[in-house]
Design a protein around this ligand. Sequence first.
Ligand code: NAD
Ligand code: UDX
Length: 483
Amino acid sequence: KLKMVKICCLGAGYVGGPTMAVIALKCPSVEVVVVDISVARIAAWNSDQLPIYEPGLDDVVKKCRGRNLFFSTEIEKHIGQADIVFVSVNTPTKTRGLGAGMAADLTYWESAARMIADVAKSDKIVVEKSTVPVKTAEAIEKILIHNSKGINFQILSNPEFLAEGTAIQDLFNPDRVLIGGRETPEGKKAVQALKQVYANWVPEDRIITTNLWSAELSKLAANAFLAQRISSVNAISALCEATGADVAEVAYSVGKDTRIGPKFLSASVGFGGSCFQKDILSLVYICECNGLPEVASYWKDVIKVNDYQKSRFVNRVVSSMFNTVSEKKIAVLGFAFKKDTGDTRETPAIDVCKGLLGDKAKISIYDPQVSEEQIQRDLALKKFDWDHPVHLQPTSPTAVKQVTVTWDAYEATKGAHGVCILTEWDEFRKLDYVKIYENMQKPAFIFDGRNVIDPQKLREIGFIVFSIGKPLDPWLKDMPAVV
Ligand code: NAD
Ligand code: UDX
């Protein structure tokens, strides 16, 4: 009888949790234990209220938890028993020292590697699941080998491509699974062992195997390409507003070219999420370290356009409303970085709200999945501080007084001078905008950062409407805009 494969995953976050839950579901003969240094997070994974909101996740966890899926804080014990150790810890942007504001901070990764070296008593395959700078495997290998007491470690790079909000779907049916390893006989054996796990549900032709550096770099490159598409369409959106073209029509026509394709071409107030900015900054830093300043500056511009898009939006709001929002109530609909998630990491809503607060607005925020506590924390945290284990973050930052949070879009918009739509939640398409209009101050403004509403219909109600990349409202054309 084959020995049961034991997997341990360090890091029970957005990636570790769902990925391991799906491995457990699809591989009944594998035992999976997800461990974390955050006691609260593990407790939540073991409760009815999982620590992250992800469609379909509850179902998968319910089916396997207690069967072949476990969540634990006994990190050392479970590393010790595992054949394969996934490392899915945070890799934030460094906030101080060499490479601050750009380089990936590998503190958590290195401490995970040292812990593995410390407690391992049998051979192990160590899998990089976190997104890391290219060549990290070499550093990890050195740490493991120099501390190994004769144990054989094989390092694999197996970056994760899931997107939040569709994580379970993406994991069930991935475009590809990527496994990089050493080209030695032991390395190849390790690649095969991990491939066998995925082969339980992923068709063989979608499992790509490469060398370590290609796998590590492919993850950074994929995120850079995706973000670049958004910055491209957002750059065009600014030109659309200036010329009377409609970005949705332009994107549709451009995307019909099969070489370009229709996906990921929605203009927006800017991309957010925990990955794009962090990974591009990391890529830029690596380019600079390798003496490639032209390549670095090429990718840096993707972020520059994204920052421009966010500040352009704020400028549009302020300039349309007679150049001041001081003490005016502005309703913000949507705070999560995209729909179907409660995640707010690097959400454009943070920058937009901070911009409006800078002009002394009073903000009333509604998001169906984000709590008041989370929003207050996000608005108080310093840049990049969010990406550290929860228990290492400041616990009760002082609340921003000018901000209130409601659990209803009608409450948020009552008495407001303007409404900003910052997340494309489906429910925002179906709101009763006549009711909203009636309860607002006049003139009533709406700024749609996600193109979820029909500007024509809202103009008929009486709103002054701004939609990203759409022909300007006659009102806005007359306002001197600094955008
Ligand atoms: P996360 O912050 O949700 O989870 C990371 C977890 O690791 C935290 O719970 C933290 O407490 C834990 N941790 C830190 N150090 C630890 C240690 N030494 N031992 C055990 N646990 C430890 O982060 P995430 O979103 O899951 O991302 C993890 C990695 O995956 C990052 O490198 C990220 O770039 C990458 N990634 C994320 C996504 C995504 O959509 N979020 C997608 C692909 C790749
Ligand atoms: C991304 C990658 O898609 C995923 O493969 C990787 O593993 C992690 O990073 P994620 O950040 O979860 O996933 O979500 P994604 O759907 O890529 O959206 C990122 C941001 O771009 C969101 O703020 C979203 O609203 C924005 N976006 C996306 C646009 O503005 N326009 C689009 O057309 C698509």
